[in-house]
Each structure stands twice: as C-alpha cells, then as structure tokens.
Design a protein around this ligand. Structure first.
Ligand code: NAP
Length: 315
C-alpha cells in the first residue's frame, strides 16, 4: 500500500458502535481530525436492542435512540462518520497507518479498532425469525422480560452456565441444554448452577429447531445426540450462548489476538502495535455491554491523543 491519494486524519476509528462513537467523541473534543468508518449505520448492537434498561442515565430510551443521541453528540464536535463503509485492507506496520475501503482511502497517526463481535448463531430454523421475540443472546439485556416464565439456555461454557443462573432472578425455571455430558464452564460457576433449585440440565442434547406462534417462542425441538430421540419442549424463551466471534478477520497477523481472535490490549487499550488501539467487544474483556464499550472507547481515544502529542514533540 502506498500513501498517495489517502485522505489524512489524526485518528481513524474502525466501527461505529458505542466504543467507536465514544472514541470519536473524545478524539474530536480533543481537537483531533477524526473519522469513524462504519460498515452499516452507527450504533452497533444497540440497534438490535429495543429496551435498554442498564445504560446509566438513559432509562426509557430504546437502543436505537441511544445510538442516535451518541451519533449526534459525536458529530457535534466535528467527528466525521462514513456509513456503509466496507474495509478492503489495512496496513498498520508503519508510523502512518493506511486504511483502504470502498468509500476511499485513509491515512492516520492512530487507528482505533472497535469492530465489535457477534454472538455465534445456532443456525437452526426459527432462530432468526424469533430473534428479539423470545430468542436472545443477552441475559443482562433481555432477562427481565421473562419474569415467571420458562426458559431454555443453549451451551455449556461460562456464559451459558453463568447467564443461566442469572436468568433465575426472573424466570421460574431455566433448563440448560448442552451437547455433551459435562460443562466446560469453570467449576465454581457450575457449582452455583447445580445448587440452584430453578435450574435443570439436559445433557447430550442439541436444539435443531425453535418454534413459536408468530409473536413469540412456544416450543423447541430437542434431539439427544446419543439416542437420536427427538421431543418437543415447551418454553417462553431461548437464550443462546454457544460462543462469540469477534470481527477481526481483517486484522489477522497484524495485531496480537488470543486464540479466539479477540484483540489483546493492556489497560490503556493499546495493542501490541504502536499507534493501534482496540476498544469494546472486539477485545478480550469480561463484560460486553454498551457502557463498558463506551468506557473503552473514551480511554482509547484519550491514550491516542497522548500518543499523537508525544509524536509531535518528537518530530
Ligand atoms: P465458549 O467458552 O466458547 O463456550 C461455548 C459453549 O457452546 C461450549 O460449551 C460449546 O460446547 C457450546 N457450543 C458451541 N457451538 C455449539 C452448537 N453449535 N450447538 C450447541 N452447543 C454449542 O463461549 P462462552 O461461554 O460465551 O465464553 C466465551 C469466553 O468468555 C470464554 O473464554 C469464557 O471463559 C469467557 N467467559 C468468562 C466468564 C467468567 O469468567 N465469569 C463469563 C463468561 C464468559 P462444547 O463444550 O461441547 O464445546
């Protein structure tokens, strides 16, 4: 990649979810020439969440409303946002970072990666149709909608077992359906679940289909993978925790990641590459919420400003 015909910025932010928008706000308020490159429209997973009850101070606002407020605030301080922007290549190897996309080419002193992650899907019939109508990937976001209901949780990792336990705060009964005969979750998380009278477990079983009445989930089909026996199981909701996929394909072999493809940062949001930061769900982090993503983004931008000022002192 050569740097001719590149539009120059101080900071290029890749991804316009809460992490990217907060980074854009802090960077532009810090007088940095900043652009956010967003693959769809700003807001990230906020756009898929109708009721957000846990973003401090934003009670009674929907996810898309919060996203829009964040976008307007960020733009007000001069941050550019380019929507529907698909990246084709990035070169992070030199002091000047280069980003190519179908909306033009950009160079910057700093790149902040805020591309988020996606909940891995089961890819079974009914899952997409009932997403947001009984199928969920976020107990913290949606658990309160299932007071005194019956729920299925799919998966056997820390998320499934921990979130299944959390869901018993609301639901009358939570059944964890796992494809093997033991969980991979940490023992302490398992022990807490096994002690909980509202939790039961169905082992060696997968969910090949989710059914409903058009408005919400009513039943799942369960299949025992040892006996191949199938049965219907009545429930009001299905929480799917079969892992997370970070959106980091473009950065493979360019910044250090863990074995699951999540970007590794220190507490300043610095990656192993000087001038490259990561914020939000794309990095290895124990809590994936809009508020923690925004916190990461503001920290990444503040550290980026310090770095750019140190470059200016050097040159
Ligand atoms: P995970 O550890 O990758 O576990 C995914 C689970 O889903 C596994 O039990 C897996 O089964 C099952 N699974 C995968 N694909 C499936 C499919 N198609 N159908 C049915 N089951 C399927 O994911 P996670 O639980 O979301 O955790 C992600 C990371 O965050 C992990 O590193 C975890 O330790 C960490 N985490 C930590 C905490 C905590 O420390 N409190 C809390 C949450 C998450 P198998 O077991 O058979 O592979």
């Amino acid at each position: 990649m050569t740097s001719s015909s590149y539009k120059e910025y101080d900071i290029v932010i890749i991804g316009g979810g809460p992490a990217g928008l907060a980074a854009g706000l802090y960077a532009s308020r810090g007088n940095m020439k900043t652009v956010i490159l967003e693959k769809l429209i700003p807001g990230g997973q906020l756009n898929n969440t109708q009721d957000v009850e846990n973003y401090p101070g934003m009670d009674h606002m929907t996810g898309p409303q919060i996203a829009q407020a964040m976008e307007e605030q960020t733009k007000r301080f001069g941050c550019e946002i380019i929507n529907n922007c698909n990246l084709t290549n990035v070169d992070l190897s030199t002091e000047k970072k280069l980003v190519q996309s179908d909306k033009g080419n950009f160079s910057a002193k700093v790149v902040i990666i805020a591309t988020g992650s996606e909940y891995r899907k089961l890819n079974v019939p009914g899952e997409k149709e009932y997403s947001g109508k009984g199928v969920s990937y976020c107990a913290v976001c949606d658990g309160a909608f299932f007071k005194e209901k019956e729920l299925i949780v799919v998966g056997g990792g820390d998320s499934a077992v921990e979130e299944g336990t959390f869901l018993t705060k609301f639901a009358n009964k939570v059944t964890i359906v796992h494809r093997r005969d033991k969980f991979r979750a940490e023992k302490i998380i398992q022990d807490r679940a096994f002690k909980n009278p509202k939790i039961s477990v169905i082992w060696n079983t997968v969910v090949p289909e989710i059914r409903g009445n058009g408005n919400g989930v009513t039943t799942v089909k369960l299949k025992n993978i040892q006996t191949n026996e199938e049965k219907d199981f009545s429930c009001d909701g299905v929480f799917i925790y079969v892992g997370l996929d970070p959106n980091t394909l473009l950065f493979k072999n360019k910044v250090k990641m863990d074995e699951g493809g999540k970007i590794i940062t220190n507490e300043k949001m610095e990656t192993n590459v000087l001038g490259v930061y990561a914020a939000g769900d794309v990095r290895e982090t124990p809590l994936k919420q809009a508020v923690t993503a925004a916190s990461d983004g503001s920290l990444a931008a503040t550290m980026a400003i310090n770095y750019i000022e140190s470059l200016e002192d050097k040159h």
